[in-house]
Design a protein around this ligand. Structure first.
Ligand code: HEC
Ligand code: HEC
Length: 265
């Protein structure tokens, strides 16, 4: 082979290597991006499943609900709990294992129960529960996503709208939109035919102030969405009703929909 020919082949070989390297890098980035999207989707699925299955006892935001269930979005849960119970694997595995098998007995007297029924039922299909393994993993991903706020790595801004905003026509209009999107599937209003999953909210602006002593109409409406089982409307049973009230909504959306409902006299 002539020298020139050999040089050309070497050059072509090098060019091919470079090309493969670049394509390889792009492929790696593509796979990383796909994995990130998949992880994000698992958290979204987990949020929905958490809302349907867990928030009744652990609270909408993992804040814990009295004697029903402990806080999960909590500093101690992320830092001290594994040592306390002697768990040697990772925390996400602790969450998944607890969810899969449930808990017959509580580890703390506050959550003791009556000794005959599990304080937290099992959720895995092979333990008689309703959830597949991938669904349980998605829920534990969602629970783990509270780590950043629980440890103070991310401090969420406190959105404190002045009460006067609740009378603002623009806020009320925005609240109407939130209602149609997130609440109408279960609640009807006189001028808005809606689903039957929850009670009609006709006259809720007035009724809300009489529901729970000490709670204003505003506080009651917020509580209905954030802690659905704090007050259960007659005819709705928290035990059999798996859907429950509420939706995943932002503080601004909650303020707006509350303003909208307060007008409903
Ligand atoms: C009927 C109420 C109830 C429901 C529903 C429920 N839990 Fe629990 N959960 C509890 C109680 C009670 C404990 C035990 C507390 C203890 O051991 O001291 C617990 C414990 C846990 C723990 C361990 C907490 C710790 O501090 O060790 C995790 C994690 C957990 N639950 C997640 C979930 C998830 C996720 C769901 C939904 C799939 C769920 N739970 C549904 C009541 C409930
Ligand atoms: C999946 C069905 C469902 C969705 C979606 C839903 N709710 Fe409910 N809601 C219920 C059920 C069931 C009740 C009655 C049980 C209870 O009191 O917890 C209820 C009760 C209420 C009450 C108390 C009514 C009363 O007469 O005291 C208010 C207020 C309320 N919901 C507001 C909302 C708002 C606002 C939204 C949207 C952000 C919403 N709900 C979304 C099912 C739902």
């Amino acid at each position: 082979m002539e020298g020139r020919e050999r040089r050309r082949l070497t050059f072509l070989g090098l060019a091919l290597c470079c090309l493969l390297f670049i394509v390889g890098q792009q492929e790696e980035r593509r796979l990383e991006a796909a994995a990130a999207v998949q992880a994000g989707e698992a958290v979204v699925t987990g949020a929905r499943l958490y809302s349907e299955n867990c928030r009744k006892c652990h609270g909408s935001r993992g804040e814990g609900l009295g004697q029903l269930g402990p806080a999960l979005a909590d500093q101690h849960f992320f830092t001290g709990r594994m040592a306390e119970v002697g768990w040697l694997l990772d925390l996400d595995q602790y969450v998944a294992a607890t969810v899969a098998g449930g808990r017959m007995m509580a580890t703390r007297p506050l959550y003791a129960g009556n000794g005959t029924t599990a304080v937290m039922p099992p959720w895995a299909l092979d333990q008689g529960g309703p959830l597949r393994v991938d669904e349980i993993i998605a829920i534990s991903r969602f629970v783990m996503h509270w780590r950043a706020t629980a440890l103070g790595t991310i401090i969420l801004p406190v959105i404190d709208l002045p009460p006067a905003d609740r009378g603002d026509p623009a806020t009320i209009k925005a609240g109407g939109k939130v209602f149609s999107t997130l609440c109408l599937s279960c609640h009807a209003l006189p001028d808005l035919p809606g689903g039957q999953g929850g009670p009609t909210l006709a006259g809720i602006g007035v009724a809300a102030s009489g529901r729970t002593p000490g709670l204003s109409a505003t506080e009651y409406i917020r509580q209905s969405v954030l802690i659905p089982d704090a007050f259960v409307v007659e005819g709705y049973d928290e035990k059999t009703d798996t859907q429950g009230c509420g939706a995943l909504l932002s503080e601004v959306q909650l303020e707006a929909v509350t303003a909208f409902l307060l007008q409903r006299n």
